[in-house]
Design a protein around this ligand. Structure first.
Ligand SMILES: Cc1ncc(COP(=O)(O)O)c(C=O)c1O
Length: 402
């Protein structure tokens, strides 16, 4: 048996863009015997979640909770608003927009994709043009991914509302905040978002398993006018339960409720605006390091303009096969796991090994980010990958200046 590398023992660090690092308090809250689902504190905990979730989403609207992942949230949002034959517009800036569009197609929707590539955000002029041409208002909804986790592009959802209003188009504005909620600034009501989908496993710091659909009265009116809505996905009883079982259309995700309650307490203890500021600061430190590295070597930030980058995830390019080599080295030798490149090249293509991603969402602070960057520097050094010098200094300066 080969001896494990000397520096590999110790606490591992999973720095992938979800599932994210979970606070010990969340894990401890979940570590308990099965609670009663017919009486007792779980009933009160469940009722307390919706208002605190809405505070994170910055909405006075409604929220329906599901047992499921992000795909479940996608399906739930569509099942309540899009009937077979209805048309949706999907402005795509990465793999996840295509994924949501594909779910819509699976439900019988007509899907029009506007593909903006993998490095720049949505082009609002092109979207305006498409909406203007839709004089019959066939487009019932725009499925917009706020932060596409594959490319780390952050789209301007508020500007999208501006476009819809400017061309006076009634389509629902639906936003995927699965990567961004609790990390990047998001204002559901102020930005005029009608439906927003999220999961619990990224900014909300809970193990995968709960999905959320936030919706306003306009979206609810669309749901009421649907020819039929599946009983399971129907958001109405979940958002307004007459009895406890209706929250989840059956047995509640008992332990997740304890975890989520604790996570929401942590988020609101820090304050959502402070959470956003922390993510922005740490992201700027990461970008400062990456920009320094890229000055003297092949590393490249996928998104050139910092204004278009997410504060939750950073996608990087590193001439194949160095992306995979770096990930493998840091995981095996120092206990640091970085994210794979996703959707940037087809699996099986040698180019696939030229990408990786950093997750910096949720329960992440300054020393963790410095540790991750130090780990990458160490991997570069071990593999002899050329790079600009002073990346850690650059990151430290950002965090030090707060
Ligand atoms: C932006 C975005 N949308 C949707 C999904 C799909 O979520 P899940 O894998 O939990 O089904 C993900 C997952 O990473 C995501 O990042």
């Amino acid at each position: 048996m080969s001896t494990p590398p000397i520096a590999s023992f110790g606490r591992d660090y999973l720095a992938i863009p979800g599932p994210s690092v979970m606070p010990e308090a969340v894990l401890q809250a979940m570590h308990r015997a099965a609670p009663n689902i017919y009486a007792g504190e779980l009933i009160d905990i469940a009722a307390s979640l919706a208002p605190d979730l809405k505070r994170v989403a910055r909405t006075d609207g409604h929220v329906a909770m599901y047992i499921g992942n992000g795909h479940a949230a996608w399906e739930a949002a569509l099942a309540n608003t899009i009937a077979p034959g209805d048309k949706v517009l999907v402005p795509a800036t990465g793999r996840f927009a295509h994924g949501w569009g594909d779910m819509a197609e699976g439900l019988g929707a007509e899907v029009e994709i506007l593909d903006f590539g993998k490095r720049t955000p949505m082009d609002m002029d092109r979207i305006a043009e498409t909406l203007r041409a839709d004089t019959a208002h066939k487009i019932k909804a725009i499925l917009a991914v706020h932060v596409d986790t594959s490319t780390s592009i952050r789209n301007d959802i508020s500007a999208l509302r501006g476009v819809l209003d400017a061309v006076d188009h009634p389509a629902l504005l639906m936003a995927d905040c699965i990567a961004s909620l609790g990390c990047d600034v998001f204002e559901m009501d102020a930005w005029g978002v009608d439906v927003m989908v999220a999961g619990c496993q990224k900014g909300l710091m809970v193990p995968p398993g709960m999905a959320f659909v936030f919706f306003n009265d306009k979206a609810d009116a669309v749901r009421t006018a649907m020819p039929r809505v599946s009983r399971y996905w129907d958001w109405s009883p979940r958002a307004n339960p007459q009895e406890f079982y209706m929250y989840w259309c059956g047995t509640a995700p008992t332990h997740h409720l304890y975890g989520l309650r604790t996570a929401l307490d942590i988020i609101h203890g820090e304050g959502i605006e402070a959470v956003w500021k922390r993510h922005a600061l740490l992201a700027r430190a990461i970008w400062a390091a990456c920009e320094t590295w890229s000055d003297g070597g092949p590393l490249e930030l996928n998104v050139a303009d910092a204004n278009n980058r997410s504060c939750a995830v950073t996608a990087l390019r590193l001439a194949s096969p160095n992306g995979t080599a770096l990930r493998d080295w840091v995981e095996h030798n120092i206990g640091l796991t970085l994210g794979i490149g996703l959707g940037m090249a087809p699996p099986g293509d040698p180019a696939w090994h030229g990408f990786f991603r950093l997750g910096h969402m949720g329960h992440v602070n300054g020393h963790m980010v410095m540790g991750m960057l130090g780990g990458i520097e160490t991997g570069f050094s071990a593999l002899g990958i050329p790079r600009g010098q002073g990346a850690l200094d650059a990151a430290a300066k950002v965090i030090a200046s707060g």
